[in-house]
Design a protein around this ligand. Structure first.
Ligand code: GDP
Ligand code: MG
Length: 455
């Protein structure tokens, strides 16, 4: 699902990774590549245009977050815009006040209507409903038999139809009566399909709609047919008024063009995706999870969100200034550790970030939660003067600090050593390499958290 698109987009982000900041030029070329990737994934051109426009506006207007690098910023924006195009939130099935709720399952032949009817019945029964199915495909004798077989397999009732019932409407009406009599709350009506949209079929479906008053008219489309699926969804919607889409065969669709276009083009939400031939292979569609999948990231996004929440931007900026001016005291060190702890369990954070800026030193020293607590406790036990100037912390002060914090002199020594190392590292970093070439305030994006993982 979405594999090709995902791969291409990640390549774009990878190219951006080396860039120091977002500029008009590198954004322009990134946008060009994103556009290509979307078009190659068979996304509708109007959708591509809209997406690119939205991304551009955001990328040029976005306040630059010091915690994020250019590629991370673009990923964040693309992620937000993908979700918007995909529908913002999960679109749930609606139900009537009076049972049975009728769902009409419509679509072209071979799209997966009958299979999806079975899957949906199974899904409904697992979610507290009692579905009743009926096939009104009177043109192909095997079609109704197919649904009966499915019904037996998943253990849900299918109205068989009497010998004299030859018309779709008759069958549907009797099935509804049957549902009422047997206390079923949802009636799923599997309809006939055609190879192409024709007037006769549309008239039949409009009649069914008029008589049955369905709450949902679910258009079933084969994701692998790409923009053809989108086109027929649009046409069905114009003539029948669909309320949602089930995209089948997503398991075989590496591009994802239909999934990305159908809502924007028809205005109707993608409600479920079929991801296999088995009857449990039906998933409610979640725009955010799909966007995550497209961008090949789960943890990273939650990390970025967390970082945005937890890190006080002003404070982070002030920290950068202090580091550059070699004004970074033990007190700042403690504040830094506190900020980082706000992000959650340290182990998770370290796992997400291979290169850790100032914390790299601590990481090498195999810091765990307890150790951080100790470090904070040690710094707490210092006097303000000691925190401001670590040079005055002599042997007797170290013993006092160890006692006060419930740690050992060795631990105090180790902390002071780490702090001195980090300071030295930062000094050579800002004063040497970057300082001269690029002036002040040019630490890498994300500092002091360092570069985040590679995508
Ligand atoms: N791989 C895969 N195959 C599916 C999926 N949904 C339906 N199919 C297959 O598509 C074919 C046509 O399905 P069917 O329900 O008979 O289509 P209908 O003509 O619209 O009723 C069958 O072989 C199904 O097994 C899906 O989500 N994934
Ligand atoms: Mg069928």
């Amino acid at each position: 699902m979405f594999d090709n698109l995902s791969e291409k987009l990640q390549r774009v982000f990878k190219n951006l990774r080396g860039e120091g900041k977002l500029t008009a030029e590198n954004m322009e070329s990134a946008l060009r590549e994103i556009r290509m990737a979307l078009l190659e994934a068979d996304v509708n051109f109007r959708v591509v245009k809209q997406l690119i426009e939205n991304i551009k506006v955001k990328a040029t207007g976005e306040e630059v977050l010091s915690a994020l690098s250019p590629s991370q910023q673009v990923i964040k924006i693309v992620h937000e815009e993908l979700i918007k195009i995909l529908g913002s939130h999960e679109s749930k099935l609606r139900f009537a006040n009076e049972s049975p709720t009728v769902f009409l399952i419509v679509g072209l032949q071979g799209s997966g209507k009958t299979t999806s009817t079975g899957k949906l019945a199974r899904w409904l029964s697992k979610n507290g409903h009692r579905p009743q199915m009926v096939s009104v495909d009177v043109y192909r004798p095997a079609a109704r038999e197919q649904l009966s077989v499915i019904g037996r397999e998943i253990g849900q009732p299918v109205y068989p139809g009497a010998a004299e019932e030859k018309l779709p409407l008759d069958l549907a009406r009797s099935a509804r009566r049957e549902a009422v009599n047997s206390g079923r709350d949802v009636l799923l009506v599997d309809t006939a399909g055609r190879l192409h949209i024709d007037d006769q079929l549309m008239t039949e479906l409009q009649d069914l709609k008029g008589q049955l008053n369905p709450v949902e008219i679910l258009f079933v489309a084969d994701a692998m047919t790409g923009q053809d699926a989108v086109k027929s969804a649009d046409e069905f919607h114009k003539r029948l008024g669909i309320t949602g889409v089930i995209l089948t065969k997503m398991d075989g669709d590496a591009r994802g063009g239909a999934a990305l276009s159908i809502r924007h083009v028809t205005g109707q939400p993608l409600k479920f995706v079929g991801v296999g031939e088995k009857f449990d292979a039906l998933e409610p569609f979640h725009p955010d999870r799909a966007a995550n999948r497209i961008l090949g990231m789960g943890d990273i996004l939650s990390f970025i969100e967390k970082a945005e929440e937890a890190i006080d931007k002003k404070q982070a900026f002030e920290m950068q200034r202090k580091l550059i001016e070699n004004d970074f005291t033990l007190e700042d060190f403690r504040d830094q550790l506190r900020q980082i702890r706000k992000l959650g369990p340290l182990q998770n954070i370290l796992g997400m970030m291979p290169k850790m800026g100032i914390l790299k030193e601590l990481k090498d020293a195999k810091v765990d939660e307890k150790e951080i607590t100790h470090v904070v406790a040690i710094i707490d036990s210092m006097t303000p003067r000691e925190r401001a100037n670590h040079m005055i912390i002599n042997g007797s002060r170290r013993r006092r600090i160890a006692k006060g914090s419930g740690t050992t002199v060795q631990e105090v020594n180790q902390l002071l050593k780490q702090y001195a190392q980090a300071r030295k590292m930062m000094k050579s970093f800002s004063g040497g390499l970057l300082g001269r070439k690029m002036g002040k305030m040019k630490l890498p994006a994300g500092f002091p958290f360092g570069e985040m993982p590679k995508f």
